[in-house]
Every structure is written in structure tokens, then in C-alpha cells.
Design a binder for this molecule. Structure first.
Ligand code: C6P
Length: 403
């Protein structure tokens, strides 16, 4: 993989920040956009924009074709069996809320939803709200000190009242890659559907929803070089078919009358209102870009970056890694003795290094480790070992400042 050539597609990376070359290591929060994505969006707005599914005129047809073409690009990317299984959303958060509001309508008091300690707030709070609405109960499977799911305990929590399992494919706070195939197999053996939160997985290796055999898969465009405000809920057709609408408005209806309204087919029934058309166009361009590089090549390079960063940070005795799972994605969450993560993040920024510091919207994980927060460096395929050297040098600068 030619990272130097790839970086030419990302002008934003070639800038100085606070007098230093930018080392953008905050990709788990949001990744950057190649020119190909920016150009696709600009071309859409310059030539093709109109509202979709409604118009009789040429621009509306073009916009509809681009939007529905993007749906096909997403379908192929995750190997879903049908376009009816691809619901566009504003992001992972909205995709999970969609399931909570729609699928969740069938939950009764005493039913259970099973998640894990390492979930992002987006995969906790929608279930807490659903429990408040329905009287269902949220169960939480524990993790070990390395940040790995305790699979046996997870399986023991699958009970006769479990109605849904919802688990991160990859933890944003720890980098843990969960054993999602074993999780799905255990749940499906008991007839329990599984939602995988793919926000931190989708851009970092091939995702095949049929191979995973999951029932739902949620992800965000902005973590895979696409625009913010875009995302996808994959849902197995047999489940989506029975799910009631969750938002009402245009596009999701077939007929509206004061004597009764009928609803559209999948996936439109779950997509109310004018969507982010340009966003879908940009997301499709991002998928084409990632696919051209190759998801296997991306996974291999990011594994090298992870190994390099882990070894480099291990040279500093005061650095403590949080999240040392055997199977990890390309991010390092860490603390430095005597330096608050926010102070560390600020000093790193002064050295041109962009990381995230804090609880990473995963406060229960922080509580599990007894921490207020961590510093987190997260990698994308366009990152270099040189940027990791810059990170490590900046950590040493911070240590001297706080000594
Ligand atoms: N995590 C991070 O810095 P949205 O905001 O809808 O695009 O994604 C929410 C979300 C859901 N699940 C996981 C595992 C995530 O990591 C995220 C977003 C970012 O870690 C921003 S908080």
C-alpha cells in the first residue's frame, strides 16, 4: 500500500498545526475525506441536485438514481442480500435508535436486552430509554482487565426473556475486537436477534453481514471517509418486514387519509422525509475509494501501525495502556502517570498531534477501569509510522512539562 500516494488525496493532512506538521490520530472520532469524495459531492450539487422519489423531471430522476445507486454500493460493500435491507440513517446513533423505537415496540415488561460493559453511549442510552418506555430490563455482560468480553458470562446472561443482543463489533474506547461470530452463534442458537454496532469496524476491514449472520449492523459514514450526517442500518429482511414505522412523514407512506394511512415498502418505510442525498452520494464515493485500496490492505497496514504504536509507547514506563485485548483494532487508549488526559491532549495539540482525550462516550468502561478518562490515538490507512513517532515525542515533551 502506497501511503505517500494515498495522502495526496487528503489535502487536509498536509498542513501545519501550531507550527508542526499535523499528525491526525483521531480517526475513531471522525476520519478525513479524500478529494474523490469531495468531488462527488460537489459534482452532485453542481449538476444533479433535486428532491428524490417524487419528481417527474430529469434532475429528480438523476438524484434518485444517484441516491438509490448509493444504496446498491452500500449493499455490495457489506454483502447484504437485498436493497430492502439497507436503511439510510444519520449515523450509527440514529440506526440504533431506529431499532430501539421500531423493533422495541414489541417489548413487554420483564423482557431483556443484553449489551456489554464496553458499549458506546449510543448503544446504551437508546436501550435505557426503551426500558423506561416498555418495562424491559437492560442486562450488561462484563469484561476482563484486558478489556475483553467474558464470553462464558455473556452466554449465561442469554435467558428466556432476552429479546435482543446489542454489542460493539469494535470498542471505541479500548480497541477490543469482539468475538462477534461466537456472540451471534450463541444468540441465534436461542432464537435471539443480534445488533452489531459497527461504527469502529466498518472502515478497518471487510464486513460481510451474511458471513457475520447478524440481524442488524449499524455504522456511520463519517468514520469511513464519508460525510457526517450519513449512516446505515442493515437489517435482515425477515426482521425489518415486521418492524413498524418509527418516524412518520414523506416517503415512508403509500397513501395518507384521515381515515387511515398505509405504509411504503422496505426500506422506504423506515426512511421518513427528504434524506441527506448528497451525503449518500459522498458515502458511495467513500466506499468506492476504500474498496479501490482494498479492505484487506487497510486492515494489514493498520495492524502494522497498531503494533508499531504499542511497541513505541511501551518504551515509556509511565505510559499505561488501557485495553490490551489479544484481538485489537488500530487504536491505543492510554494514560501517562501524573498527567491528566485532557492536559496531555492539549500539549499534544501544541505539537501538531490530534488525539481524543476523555471518556470517549463510554463512561461505563471508564468506571470499570476506575478512570476519569484516557488519551486515545486512533489510526486510519493514511497514517504513517512517522506520525506515531511524532505522537511518542510529544508525549515525552508533555512529561518534561509536567515533571
Ligand atoms: N464514537 C468516538 O470518538 P455517531 O456519532 O452516530 O456517528 O457514532 C456513535 C458511535 C456508536 N458506536 C461506537 C462504537 C462509536 O465509536 C460511536 C462514535 C466516536 O469514539 C464519537 S463519540
Amino acid at each position: 500500500m502506497n501511503v505517500t500516494a494515498i495522502r495526496r488525496d487528503f489535502p487536509i493532512l498536509a498542513q501545519q498545526v501550531n507550527g508542526h506538521p499535523l499528525a491526525y490520530l483521531d480517526n475513531a472520532a471522525s476520519s478525513q475525506h479524500p478529494l474523490q469524495v469531495l468531488e462527488a459531492i460537489q459534482h452532485y450539487y453542481t449538476h444533479d441536485h433535486a428532491n428524490i422519489h417524487r419528481g417527474v423531471h430529469t434532475l429528480s430522476h438523476r438524484a434518485t438514481d444517484l441516491y438509490e445507486g448509493a444504496r446498491e454500493t452500500v449493499r455490495a460493500f457489506i454483502n447484504a442480500g437485498s436493497l430492502r435491507e439497507i436503511v439510510f440513517t444519520r449515523g450509527t446513533t440514529e440506526a440504533i435508535n431506529l431499532v430501539a423505537f421500531s423493533f422495541g415496540q414489541r417489548l413487554a415488561p420483564g423482557d431483556e436486552i443484553l449489551i456489554t460493559t464496553m458499549e458506546h453511549h449510543s448503544n446504551i442510552v437508546p436501550w435505557q430509554l426503551l426500558c423506561e418506555r416498555s418495562g424491559a430490563v437492560l442486562r450488561v455482560a462484563p469484561i476482563n482487565d484486558a478489556g475483553e468480553l467474558l464470553l462464558d458470562e455473556f452466554v449465561q446472561l442469554l435467558g428466556p426473556r432476552t429479546r435482543l443482543v446489542s454489542v460493539a463489533h469494535v470498542s471505541n474506547a479500548l480497541g477490543t475486537v469482539n468475538p462477534v461470530k461466537a456472540i451471534v452463534a450463541a444468540a441465534r442458537a436461542r432464537g435471539i436477534p443480534v445488533l452489531l454496532d459497527g461504527a469502529q469496524a466498518i472502515a478497518h476491514g471487510a464486513v460481510d453481514v451474511r458471513e457475520l449472520d447478524c440481524d442488524f449492523y449499524a455504522f456511520s459514514g463519517h468514520k469511513m471517509c464519508g460525510p457526517t450526517g450519513t449512516g446505515v442500518l442493515y437489517g435482515r429482511e425477515a426482521i425489518l418486514r415486521d418492524m413498524p414505522p418509527w418516524q412518520g412523514g414523506g416517503d415512508m407512506i403509500r397513501t395518507v387519509s384521515f381515515s387511515g394511512t398505509t405504509y411504503n415498502d422496505l426500506p422506504y418505510r423506515l426512511e421518513a422525509g427528504t434524506p441527506h442525498i448528497a451525503g449518500a452520494v459522498g458515502l458511495a464515493a467513500a466506499i468506492r475509494y476504500l474498496t479501490a485500496i482494498g479492505m484487506a490492505n487497510i486492515a494489514a497496514w493498520e495492524a502494522e501501525l497498531l503494533a508499531y504504536a504499542t511497541a513505541a509507547l511501551a518504551q515509556i514506563p509511565e505510559v499505561k495502556l488501557i485495553g490490551t485485548a489479544r484481538h485489537k483494532a488500530g487504536l491505543v487508549s492510554f494514560n501517562v502517570d501524573g498527567i491528566h488526559p485532557h492536559d496531555l491532549g492539549t500539549v499534544l495539540d501544541q505539537q501538531g498531534v490530534a488525539i481524543r482525550a476523555g471518556h470517549h462516550c463510554a463512561m461505563p468502561v471508564m468506571e470499570r477501569f476506575g478512570l476519569a478518562g484516557t488519551a486515545r490515538a486512533s489510526f486510519a490507512f493514511y497514517n504513517t509510522t512517522g506520525e506515531i513517532d511524532q505522537l511518542v515525542d510529544a508525549v515525552r515533551v508533555a512529561q518534561r512539562m509536567f515533571a
